[in-house]
Design a protein around this ligand. Structure first.
Ligand code: 5RP
Length: 222
């Protein structure tokens, strides 16, 4: 909790007046959004693109002006969380189910700042099951195709029901074990019919802000 708050608030220091920013999703991005809200109430002028309905609601409640991606050329920076970060800043995202919008917003962003607590820093991606967003129409077929990559997978459920994303899709949580080549897996997965997007964010993050439980924060730059 403390580490997440520290890292979220530290990342908000990169925001400057007049910027268009992307706001991530999850319990760490939450603290960045709360901090941006405070800065806005103190006079900061920013416009923000949210990466989920949950974030849109939180940001609006904080008084942050929201804009649609359709109405902006590019974003100056985005602050988002991650489920795993490797030493090359490759990420697994999607634990919160918002990976599709998060990846679109990240790709439209000049600077992607990732906020994590120390538990998310790993040598290799893959201990956290990789979320893959799939179309409901063909999810069992797509699951069989994905499992040809030697992984097991489970359809994500919430309260006993299949979890539905903000884009009305489903998520398969895929257990690859150690992912040796994240770029390759990301490309191969997206070639499969029915795969909408996968949670590997390769070579996208520029800054990783790591919060530690002892109260210090480390800023890692590419
Ligand atoms: C949501 C995400 C989140 O950023 C990721 O799951 C990390 O969340 P948290 O900060 O709550 O641990 O990718 O789709």
């Amino acid at each position: 909790m403390k580490a997440k708050k520290l890292t979220g608030e530290k990342a908000a220091e990169y925001i400057e007046d007049g910027m268009v920013i992307g706001l991530g999703t999850g319990s760490t991005a939450y603290y960045a959004i709360k901090k941006v809200g405070e800065m806005v109430r103190n006079g900061l002028k920013v416009k923000a693109v949210p990466t989920s309905k949950e974030t849109a609601e939180l940001a609006a409640a904080e008084g942050i002006e929201l804009v649609e991606l359709a109405n902006v050329e590019a974003l100056d920076l985005t602050i988002d969380g991650a489920d795993e970060v490797d030493p090359d800043f490759n990420l697994i995202k999607g634990g919160g189910g918002a990976l599709l919008r998060e990846k679109i917003v990240a790709s439209a962003t000049d600077k992607l700042i990732i906020v994590v607590d120390e538990s998310k820093m790993v040598e290799n991606l893959g201990a956290f099951p990789l979320p893959v967003e799939v179309t409901p129409f063909s999810w069992q077929y797509t699951q069989r195709m994905i499992e040809k990559f030697s992984c097991s997978s489970e359809i994500r459920k919430e309260d006993g029901e299949i979890f539905v994303t903000d884009n009305d899709n489903y998520i398969l949580d895929c257990n690859f074990g150690k992912i040796e080549d994240p770029v390759k897996i990301a490309v191969e997965l997206n070639k499969l019919p029915g795969v909408v997007e996968n949670g590997i964010f390769a070579e996208m993050a520029e800054i990783v802000v790591v919060g530690y439980n002892d109260g210090h924060v480390e800023v890692l730059e590419k």
